[in-house]
Ligand binder design. Structure first.
Ligand SMILES: Nc1ncnc2c1ncn2[C@@H]1O[C@H](COP(=O)(O)OP(=O)(O)OP(=O)(O)O)[C@@H](O)[C@H]1O
Ligand SMILES: [Mg+2]
Length: 292
């Protein structure tokens, strides 16, 4: 059964989506079968993995209009699958509000596919609203990216309070998977000081791998490619590959040899990319079936 990890921090722009996309892709590269669930109406994790949404999205599964299996698309990056979203998801928040057990919608939806994956990563929006509550209720654990800047810890205590509240009611098993330092600029004292402060505060919860500020990481999403494909030698790629190893070792999952997609494999097939992105409805249904 998949380990379900929510990537959350209500502070905006701290690297949640960058981490969800690239960690999902490197875990798939390391042989895991991964489902990325885009719980943000911004839909950046969907486009960042090169997925073009067709008629069904996570919204349809959450509102009960479609089976989750029919809302999942296979990416080009090995065994990485995506339950994608767009602005429609903002409407789901309002629609779910009036329902009984409204915080459990995602958990109930994912129950149908949990056995089909090794890891499920959920990209959360920058708020502690109903979509994030659904993610934290569905998750086994939460991975918290913290940007290495002056106000880094501001808001983290609010998140920790929310986690405690959720543990008391909606999800008693929820744990912190790890805290990830992002956008670290090792050349500035400030970045290093903040990193030290976070480590002092959260001790062993903090991943040894840190994500440097790296312009290649901000370029990759516009190509719909994870960083280890877009620029495998970049500092960003090396950092996320290292994080992938650390996450697997914390989960006590040994890397398995399944399908490994290398940069070379995909660069050669790049000309077909536009075509592959626009999968037909028929293909999508086929993929969804193979996930059953
Ligand atoms: N390590 C990095 N180095 C350079 N740029 C980065 C890095 N990580 C993320 N970025 C860029 O910073 C911006 C914010 O990152 P991202 O979208 O991952 O944050 P987020 O927490 O998901 O934001 P939101 O709260 O809006 O969902 C994006 O433009 C992204 O490309
Ligand atoms: Mg985001």
């Amino acid at each position: 059964m998949a380990r379900v990890i929510a990537v959350a921090n209500q502070k905006g722009g701290v690297g949640k989506t960058t981490t969800t996309v690239n960690l999902s892709a490197v875990l798939a590269q390391k042989g895991q079968k991964v489902l990325l669930v885009d719980m943000d109406p911004q839909g950046n994790a969907t486009s960042g993995t090169g997925i073009t949404l067709e008629d069904l999205s996570l919204y349809d599964a959450l509102t009960g209009d479609a089976r989750i299996e029919d809302c999942i698309q296979k990416s080009q990056w090995g065994e990485l699958y995506v339950a994608g979203s767009d602005a429609d998801l903002a409407g789901a928040e309002a629609e779910l509000m009036g329902r009984e057990n409204r915080e459990y919608c995602l958990k109930n939806v994912l129950a149908a596919v949990r056995d089909s994956y090794d890891v499920i990563l959920i990209d959360c929006p920058p708020s502690l609203g109903l979509l994030t509550l659904n993610a934290l209720t569905a998750a086994d654990s939460v991975l918290i990216p913290i940007q290495c800047e002056y106000y880094a810890l501001e808001g983290v205590s609010a998140l920790m309070d929310t986690l405690s509240r959720i543990r008391r009611s909606l999800n008693t098993q929820l744990v912190v998977e790890g805290i990830l330092l992002t956008m670290l600029d090792g050349r500035t004292n400030l970045g290093l000081q903040v990193a030290d402060q976070v480590k002092k505060h959260f001790k062993t919860l903090v991943y040894k791998s840190t994500i440097p500020r790296n312009v290649r990481l901000s370029e990759a999403p516009s190509h719909g490619e994870p960083i280890h494909i877009y620029d495998p030698k970049s500092a960003g790629a090396l950092a996320y590959l290292q994080l992938g190893d650390e996450v697997l070792s914390r989960l006590d999952i040994r890397p398995v040899e399944r399908i490994v997609v290398t940069a070379e494999d995909t660069k050669s097939g790049r000309e077909d990319k536009g075509k592959k992105n626009k999968k037909t409805k028929k293909n999508k249904k086929k993929n969804a079936k193979s996930n059953d």
